[in-house]
Design a protein around this ligand. Structure first.
Ligand code: NAD
Length: 504
């Protein structure tokens, strides 16, 4: 009996997502698999256990990849473009219909404020299916005519075909949004997927299985395996020879390991990795706007946003004013339960990540930083003391080669450095191994246009932050990634372009 068959009886029994016992979703059904291994899910708000997660090892990954391969050849591959894209619209509608279920699942996993998850995570998670379905429907391919010696000529035209079985490896900071950002275009382009969500935040990905079944996406098109990276679901999936391409969001070091795994079999990768993003604030900015935007870019989602600003460069005449205003903003943030009125800062994702952030706070002090505000664990009420809380923190006074200025912390913290000239600000902004995003704050648009292209990053915002048009290219330069996703740019990864040459 093959493993897929072995898993089947349990799978058929499991058609419902369970919040307290998160299972894999393979070939259209929930299954605990056969590994017998589980691990705990912890609520970062309180430190309490909220459920168990089944861990996938090789057999479960194998079953998921096999199911994805069969669906590719079978029902999914046979749908017309209109049928496929209509199904993806239905997926988005069903996520929106079950908005509250997704919201509860996301909040339970991440502890983020309800106001944030209901504004960003869930609506954008749903939108990803519609946007990419529409992109695929409307994108042309190329055609060239050319002359031949006999005078009859030839015609070339290109067709885009699905790449095959795509492995999606996603992080914990925006679980539904970043996972659907990849599953949306992958399915729109006709691929099938096996998703390995972060071990910290598996629930919304698992719940999406119910949505797929409800709207009639054929079994095997969308599969989920849970577990960790090394010697677990992540490594087994990315090493699996039945996977044709791997799209990853996470730390640069993990991206390097996955890229090595993908080298066997020359499999395509799309890498969205870490950042140490600069914000450049010129003296001619609108200071209210710059403070409001920098508050969001430093502290939103407890600083756990890949595009967030961790280095702020402020032109000297407004340096003291800017620091004082940002300090007031940070000290006005309200930490608390996701549902408590006014909460706008949640905990770090886990006790482990809390310790990592705190270790950078200590390192900053050792490196000689001035702590403008924060720098430790906040005083929380007794019922929240077990949570992964960290203080929003502002640092100044470090040299540009300090580790805290060079390394990604991924927490609610920034270092603010004064500058005197535009060239100096650009040089400091670019002096990093990362190249994901940057923000420029100035009311002088000539300056903004001059500075933006000189920044070695994939995305520059001028007088804004996190404003995303999903048709535009998204990705990082340098150690922040390989490739671009978004709009038609994702076709480079999610499809094979095949040229057809006709001699006329
Ligand atoms: P991570 O690299 O630790 O984990 C990401 C995913 O990879 C998880 O699902 C994890 O289980 C899996 N994984 C870990 N080791 C693996 C291995 N050897 N083989 C296969 N899979 C493996 O990242 P994280 O801590 O979840 O997320 C935070 C990081 O993600 C930060 O560096 C942040 O900048 C980055 N990020 C980047 C973007 C972007 O778009 N560029 C977006 C969000 C987050």
């Amino acid at each position: 009996m093959s493993l897929a068959q072995e898993l089947e009886p349990q799978a058929q029994a499991g058609t419902r997502f369970r919040v307290d016992e998160v299972m894999h979703f393979i070939n259209g059904a929930y299954t605990a698999g056969t590994s017998g291994r589980t691990f705990d899910n912890i609520n970062p708000v309180t430190g309490e256990k909220t459920g168990i997660i089944h861990e996938a090892l090789k057999p479960e990954v194998d079953a998921a990849v096999t199911a994805a391969r069969q669906a590719l050849r079978g029902p999914w591959g046979k749908l017309s473009l209109a049928q496929r894209t209509n199904l993806l619209h239905a997926v988005a509608d069903e996520i929106n219909r079950r908005f509250d279920d997704f919201l509860e699942a996301e909040i339970l996993d991440t502890g983020k404020p309800r106001s944030l998850a209901s504004h960003i995570d869930i609506p954008r998670g749903a939108a990803n299916f519609k946007v990419f379905a529409d992109t695929v429907k409307n994108a042309p391919t190329e055609a060239f005519e050319f002359d031949t010696p006999d005078g009859n000529g030839a015609l070339n035209y290109a067709v885009r075909k699905p790449k095959g079985v795509i492995a999606v490896i996603s992080p914990w900071n925006l679980p539904l949004l970043l996972m659907t950002w990849k599953v949306g275009p992958a399915l729109a382009c006709g691929n099938t997927v096996v998703v390995k969500p972060s071990e910290e935040t598996p629930r919304t990905t698992a719940l999406l299985g119910e949505v797929m079944n409800a709207v009639g996406v054929p079994p095997g098109v969308f599969n989920v395996v849970n577990g960790f990276g090394p010697n677990s679901a992540g490594a087994y999936l990315t090493e699996h020879p039945g996977v044709d391409g791997i799209t990853f969001t996470g730390e640069t070091r993990t991206g390097e390991i996955i890229t090595q795994a993908a080298a066997i079999g020359l499999r395509h990768v799309s890498m969205e990795c870490g950042g140490k993003n600069p914000g450049i604030v010129f003296a001619d900015c609108d200071i209210e706007k710059a403070i409001e935007g920098t508050m969001r870019s430093v502290f939103a989602n407890c600083g756990q946003v890949c595009l967030g600003t961790e280095r702020v460069y402020v032109e000297r005449p407004i340096f003291d004013d800017f620091v004082a205003r940002l300090k007031a903003g940070a000290e006005g943030l309200k930490l608390g339960r996701p549902d408590a009125p006014g909460t706008n800062l949640g905990p770090a994702i886990s006790a482990e990540h809390q310790q990592k952030i705190l270790s950078y706070y200590e390192l900053a002090k050792e490196e000689g930083a001035t702590v403008i505000t924060g720098g430790g664990i906040p005083e929380m009420p007794d019922d929240l003391k077990g949570g992964a809380w960290v203080e929003p923190t502002i640092l100044t006074g470090l040299s540009e080669d300090a580790r805290v200025v060079k390394e990604e912390v991924f927490g609610p913290v920034c270092h603010i450095q004064p500058f005197d000239t535009e060239d100096e600000a650009i040089a400091m902004a670019n002096d990093t191994r990362y190249g994901l995003a940057a923000a420029i704050w100035t009311e002088n648009l000539t300056r903004a246009h001059r500075v933006a292209p000189r920044l070695d990053v994939g995305i520059v915002w001028i007088n804004s932050w996190f404003l995303r048009d999903l048709r535009t290219a998204f990705g990082g330069a340098k150690h922040s990634g390989i490739g671009r996703e978004g709009g038609v740019h994702g076709f480079e990864f999610y499809t094979e372009l095949s040229n057809i040459c006709i001699k006329l």
